[in-house]
Design a binder for this molecule. Structure first.
Ligand SMILES: Cc1ncc(COP(=O)(O)O)c(C=O)c1O
Length: 383
C-alpha cells in the first residue's frame, strides 16, 4: 500500500516515515549483479547525490545496515581500545552511543545532562580542560528520544578542530531535515539513516568521512564487515565489499533525486515551518513542549502527556479511529511524552491531519481541549 492509498495510516513516528510511491516503485526493478556495470552506475549516482546531501567533498558510503549499524561502524573505525571519547549523554540514543564506545573498549568521558537538555560548546570546552588526551568527541546531533537538537554543533566542531580531536556525529534522525554542512562544520564522520528525513524505507545507513579522519581510521584495528578502508578501496571502482541490499539502493537513488529536485534549503525550510506549526498547535492545546525553546528539534516534536491522561489510549484512538500513528516516549521518558516525526515528505496537510487526530483523540478520552484550537494554530503558521 503506497502513501496515496485511502485507508492507509499516516505514519508520523520519528522514523520510519511516509515513503513517496515513486520511491516504493523504484524497488520493483529487476535484480542486478552487484559486480556489474548497472550497479556501478547506480552506486556512482547515489554517491554523487550523497555528497550534495552531506555537503562534503569527502568520501561517502552506503551501508546495508540500519542506523545502529552505521553508528557502530563509525565508532569501531575511529576508536581503539583505551581511547578516551567525550560523549554528552542526554537521551536514549546518546546512551546507546556511550554503550557502543564502551563495548569497543574505548573510555567514554561523559557529559551528563537532563533529558530535554542539549550540550553546549562551553560544557564541551570545560570538559576538555579537565580531561586530557581525548581522541574523539561523539555527539548525537538530534536526540530522537527527547526531541532535542544540539544547536551548538558548529561551535563544537570548531573546538574539536582547533584541538586536533575528531568529531563523530550521529545524524540518523536529522540529515536531510535540518542544516548539517559536514565540511563547513568540521564533522569528521557523520552517520544518517535512510528511513527518517530522506523519506526512504529503513535498512540503509549513510556515512561521510573527512580527510582528517582517514589518517586515524587507517591505523585503527577495524572490524571485518564494517571496515571503512575496505569500503573505500571498493568505492574506487563504484562497488561495495559485500552484497548490498539492491532494492533499497534503488529506493535511495530515487529518494536522493527527489531531494535534489526540491533543493536542500527548501527542504530544511519545509521541515522548519511544519515543526513550528506543530509546536504552536501543541501549545494551543494547552500541552507542554518537552525541550526548552532554544534546543527544540525541527524533525522530532516531543511534548508532555497531560497528567491523568492514558497516553497509550490516546495513541490507540489516533491510530484506529483517525488513522494517524504517532509515538510515545523512549528510554527514561517512555511514559511521560508523545513524539511526532516531522520528517522526510512531511507536508502541511500531514500536519493538519495529525493535529486534528490528536485534538480529537484527546477530546475522546475526556481531556478538555478547545475544539479546533490546535488546527487553527497550525494553520496560522502554514497558510
Ligand atoms: C539518533 C538515532 N541514532 C540511532 C538510531 C538507530 O537507528 P536504527 O533504528 O535505524 O538502527 C536512531 C533510530 O531511531 C536514532 O534516532
Amino acid at each position: 500500500m503506497g502513501r496515496d492509498s485511502p485507508d492507509r495510516c499516516l505514519i508520523m513516528v520519528p522514523g520510519p516515515t511516509n515513503v513517496p510511491s515513486r520511491v516504493l516503485r523504484a524497488m520493483m526493478k529487476p535484480m542486478i549483479s552487484h559486480r556489474g556495470p548497472e550497479f556501478r552506475t547506480l552506486y556512482r549516482g547515489i554517491l554523487e547525490n550523497l555528497r550534495y546531501l552531506f555537503q562534503t567533498e569527502g568520501e561517502v558510503f552506503v551501508l546495508t545496515a540500519s542506523g545502529t549499524g552505521g553508528v557502530e561502524c563509525a565508532v569501531s573505525n575511529l576508536v581503539n581500545p583505551g581511547d578516551k571519547v567525550l560523549i554528552p549523554v542526554f537521551g536514549l540514543f546518546s546512551e546507546r552511543m556511550r554503550e557502543k564506545i564502551a563495548r569497543r573498549g574505548g573510555v567514554p568521558v561523559e557529559v551528563k545532562l537532563d533529558y530535554g537538555e542539549a550540550p553546549t560548546a562551553d560544557q564541551i570546552e570545560r570538559m576538555l580542560e579537565l580531561e586530557k588526551d581525548v581522541k574523539v568527541i561523539a555527539i548525537v546531533y538530534n536526540e530522537t528520544s527527547t526531541g532535542v537538537t544540539v544547536r551548538d554543533l558548529p561551535e563544537i566542531g570548531r573546538i574539536a578542530k582547533e584541538r586536533g580531536i575528531l568529531l563523530l556525529v550521529d545524524a540518523v534522525s536529522i540529515l536531510g531535515g535540518d542544516k548539517l554542512p559536514v565540511d563547513e562544520w568540521n564533522v569528521d564522520v557523520c552517520v544518517a539513516g535512510s528511513q527518517k528525513c530522506l523519506a526512504c524505507p529503513p535498512g540503509l545507513s549513510l556515512i561521510s568521512v573527512s580527510e582528517r579522519a582517514w589518517r586515524r581510521i587507517e591505523r585503527t584495528e577495524r572490524p571485518f564487515y564494517y571496515d571503512l578502508v575496505a569500503m573505500k578501496s571498493f568505492r574506487e571502482r563504484w562497488e561495495t565489499p559485500f552484497t548490498p541490499a539492491i532494492p533499497l539502493f534503488y529506493a535511495l537513488d530515487e529518494a536522493l533525486k527527489i531531494i535534489r529536485e526540491e533543493g536542500l534549503e527548501k527542504r530544511f525550510e519545509r521541515h522548519r515551518v511544519c515543526s513550528e506549526a506543530f509546536y504552536r498547535a501543541v501549545e494551543a492545546l494547552g500541552l507542554e513542549v518537552f525541550p526548552r525553546r532554544g534546543v527544540r528539534s525541527n524533525t522530532v516534536i516531543a511534548f508532555k502527556k497531560p497528567a491523568g491522561v492514558d497516553g497509550a489510549e490516546v495513541r490507540r484512538l489516533m491510530r484506529e479511529r483517525y488513522k494517524v500513528v504517532i509515538a510515545g516516549g523512549a528510554g527514561k521518558v517512555r511514559d511521560l511524552i508523545f513524539r511526532i516525526g516531522c520528517m522526510g515528505a512531511v507536508s502541511s496537510p500531514d500536519v493538519i491531519r495529525t493535529v486534528s487526530a490528536l485534538e480529537n483523540a484527546l477530546a475522546d478520552v475526556g481531556y478538555p481541549v478547545e475544539a479546533g484550537a490546535g488546527v487553527e494554530a497550525a494553520k496560522s503558521v502554514l497558510f
